[in-house]
Each structure stands twice: as structure tokens, then as C-alpha cells.
Design a protein around this ligand. Structure first.
Ligand SMILES: Nc1nc(=O)c2c([nH]1)NC[C@@H]1CN(c3ccc(C(=O)N[C@@H](CCC(=O)O)C(=O)O)cc3)CN21
Ligand SMILES: CC(C)C(=O)C(=O)O
Ligand SMILES: [Mg+2]
Length: 294
């Protein structure tokens, strides 16, 4: 019987290289995201709802993982995100952060505060955010304009990084009248800009801009020097991009929104598709303003 070299581990399937003693990259932090932006490197974000996909997205180079309340539509089969509970968000956040931990992942994890878990009071928002932070999130996200600024300030003062979300805010789809582009026209654009500045002043360090005209999100990105804009259907001028993982892998319950590109088409594997997304965002080829924006 031949001796197994000391630096390899014998398994029933052959020999494996020794585990790397160091993580693949340093954990992503807010200062690291700020540095990327200063250097002109785009920030990449994808949703993930479970341990395995979170680990694969991390290994493919995505900096930020969003445990989005879109899981209500993607995983639970709901018609909107309104029915997602805080308990469900905590369950998926725990799964994602466990997967990252096991895979020695380094992604920055953001968890959505679901509908009804932060609207009542700043205290209610802190209690809900604590549940998600204790489930392993590094940051919480909430939807809404200037009315959320006191809540953002309250959480940030207490040590919880906050991502805001403007434009199409899916939790208020019934009030908005559908999943449609927001911030069109001078008056709506000025209002959205005012809300964004209020949220930055309150301490939001990230802002998702969903389905807003590319020109508006680009000019907002120039203005918001302390708050990183992440676009979805908002053109290429934002500091970063986000998509729902299932959408960009071409698996869905219906028709993809216009802002989605199916990266699985030209990829041989899920990891390859995510790597192609990361590369396309970094080199500016996604989104294509003519195809994926307004
Ligand atoms: N799978 C999935 N992907 C998402 O991007 C997503 C979710 N779920 N759930 C939460 C919200 C809802 N979102 C949506 C849902 C539908 C459209 C949509 O149907 N858009 C059409 C119509 C646009 C219009 O009327 O102007 C489009 O063609 O883009 C867009 C965003 C974005 N978020
Ligand atoms: C679409 C993104 C921004 C989101 O909020 C979600 O996935 O829930
Ligand atoms: Mg969401």
C-alpha cells in the first residue's frame, strides 16, 4: 500500500489537497465597499435564500448577498412580498449565514425587514432588526422614503447598518398600482432625490434603487457620496447592481422583468453563470441601458 503524503487527506474518492489555512479573501465590510467605490470598482449583489446557493454565490465572487423578502414569491409561491413574516426572514437568514460560515464565505449579508415589522415605531424596527442581526445578517434593508429616516437613524445609532430602498418598493405594490417604473418626470424625480438625501443624512450606508430611470439613478449616485447606490432596473450608473438569483439563472414562475438577463444561457454551470454576472457588472456590460433599464 502506498503511503499517503502528509499534506493530503485520504478519502474514499481519492486524495484531496490540504484545506487552505487562509480564507479566499478578507471578509467584505463597509470600509471595503467604500474603498471599492473610491477605486471605481462596481459592487455586485445577488439574492440567496439557502445555505448552498449562498456559498456558491460567494465562491463566484459576489460581494453582497441579499436575503430578500422576494423569497416569498420565489420560495413560498406568494403573489407579492407582503405576506412574508419576520420568522421566515430569520429562518432563511440563518440558513444563508450557516452556509457561508461552513464554506468560509466572506460576503456581506443584508436581510430584508419584511412588511409590518418596522412601520409601527422605531422600537418595533429595532426589535425586528435585532432578530435578523442575531440570525447572522450584517445589515438590514427597509423600504420607503423620508418617513423611514427617523427609523434609519435610530437603528444606525444603535449599531445596525441600514440599507434603504426607493423607487419600486414591492411591499407597497398595491398602493403603487403595480410593478412599474418610478421617478419618471421632473416632479417625481425631485421627490425621489429628496427622499434619498434624507435617508443618507439619517445614516443609511446603502440604497437600493429599483425601477427608476437610468439618468436619475446615475445623478443620485454622484450626489450620494456616503451612501452606496445599488440598482435593479436602474441603469448602469449606480455604484453596484443586484438581481434575484433565480431570475438571472433563468428559473422562474412566470415572465422575467425587463431588467433581468439570463446568465445561464451562455454558462455551463450555476457558478459559471454567477461568475459571468460578476464580470459583466464589473466591466459595465450589464446592465445594458437599452435592454434592461428605463
Ligand atoms: N423573482 C423576482 N424578481 C424580482 O426582481 C422581484 C421579485 N421576485 N419579487 C419582489 C420584487 C417584485 N419585482 C418586480 C416584479 C415584476 C416586475 C414586472 O413585471 N415588470 C414588468 C412591467 C414593467 C412595467 O409595467 O413598467 C417589466 O417588463 O419589467 C418588476 C419587478 C422585483 N422583485
Ligand atoms: C429585489 C431586491 C432588491 C429585493 O428587495 C428582494 O429581493 O427582496
Ligand atoms: Mg425586498
Amino acid at each position: 500500500m502506498s503511503a499517503i503524503p502528509a499534506t493530503t487527506t485520504g478519502t474514499p474518492y481519492g486524495t484531496l489537497p490540504p484545506a487552505s489555512p487562509l480564507p479566499r479573501r478578507k471578509p467584505i465590510s463597509l470600509p471595503r465597499l467604500t474603498q471599492m467605490r473610491a477605486e471605481g470598482e462596481k459592487i455586485t449583489m445577488l439574492t440567496a435564500y439557502d445555505a448552498t446557493f449562498a456559498a456558491v454565490a460567494d465562491a463566484a465572487g459576489v460581494e453582497c448577498i441579499l436575503v430578500g423578502d422576494s423569497l416569498g414569491m420565489v420560495c413560498q409561491g406568494l403573489h407579492s412580498t407582503v405576506g412574508v413574516s419576520l420568522q421566515t426572514m430569520a429562518y432563511h437568514t440563518e440558513s444563508v449565514t450557516r452556509g457561508l460560515h461552513r464554506a468560509q464565505g466572506t460576503a456581506w449579508v443584508i436581510a430584508d425587514l419584511p412588511y409590518g415589522s418596522y412601520q409601527e415605531s422605531r422600537e418595533q424596527a429595532l426589535r425586528s432588526a435585532s432578530v435578523l442581526m442575531q440570525a447572522g445578517a450584517h445589515m438590514v434593508k427597509l423600504e420607503g422614503g423620508g418617513w423611514t429616516a427617523p427609523t434609519v437613524d435610530f437603528l444606525v445609532e444603535r449599531g445596525i447598518p441600514v440599507c434603504a430602498h426607493l423607487g419600486l418598493t414591492p411591499q407597497t405594490v398595491h398602493a403603487l398600482g403595480g410593478y412599474r417604473v418610478q421617478g419618471r418626470g421632473d416632479a417625481q424625480a425631485a421627490e425621489l432625490r429628496h427622499h434619498a438625501l434624507q435617508l443618507q443624512d439619517a445614516g443609511a450606508s446603502m440604497l437600493v434603487l429599483e425601477m427608476v430611470p437610468a439618468q436619475l439613478s446615475a445623478s443620485l449616485t454622484q450626489e450620494l457620496t456616503h451612501c452606496h447606490t445599488i440598482g435593479i432596473g436602474a441603469g448602469k450608473g449606480t455604484a453596484g447592481q443586484v438581481l434575484v438569483l433565480h431570475d438571472m439563472l433563468g428559473v422562474n414562475l412566470g415572465k422575467n422583468p425587463k431588467f433581468v438577463h439570463d446568465f445561464m444561457q451562455d454558462a455551463g454551470s450555476v457558478k459559471g453563470a454567477i461568475e459571468a454576472y460578476v464580470q459583466a457588472v464589473k466591466n459595465g456590460s450589464f446592465p445594458d441601458d437599452a435592454l434592461h433599464a428605463w
